[in-house]
Design a protein. Structure first.
Length: 117
């Protein structure tokens, strides 16, 4: 069986799952493709993570470039919750598939971090 590399991360108009053959180059994957693999709770959390991330990073009122110069009350807390949720989803994937290499995006270091249980 080949190695599995999977990362929980978001970008605009993407799903929160990214895959790689080697852990070097990542391709966005379709979340619905994991419905039969992941638990219902994990799928729900990944969906909520996607919705929170998208809502806190883009709206009809502010675009990403606007966010640099505009203070949006409460957005820091929402973005922190989004980061915590992405890590929690990555940890759950690792629990459900302990042989996989599971990552999440770490804003503090601006890199992917591997989940080690």
């Amino acid at each position: 069986m080949s190695e599995v590399y999977i990362s929980v991360d978001m970008d605009y108009s993407s799903d929160p799952i990214w895959t790689s053959e080697t852990g070097d180059y990542w391709i966005n994957d379709d979340l619905d493709g994991y419905k039969k693999l992941f638990s219902a709770g994990l799928m729900h959390s990944l969906y909520v993570y996607q919705q929170i991330w998208e809502a806190s990073n883009w709206s009809s009122y502010l675009s990403p470039s606007d966010m640099i110069n505009v203070e949006a009350p409460g957005m820091f807390m929402i973005q922190q919750a989004s980061h915590i949720l992405s890590q929690a989803c990555a940890v759950q994937i690792k629990k459900e598939f302990p042989d996989w290499h599971v990552f999440y995006w770490c804003d503090a270091s601006n890199t992917r971090k591997e989940v080690i249980l």
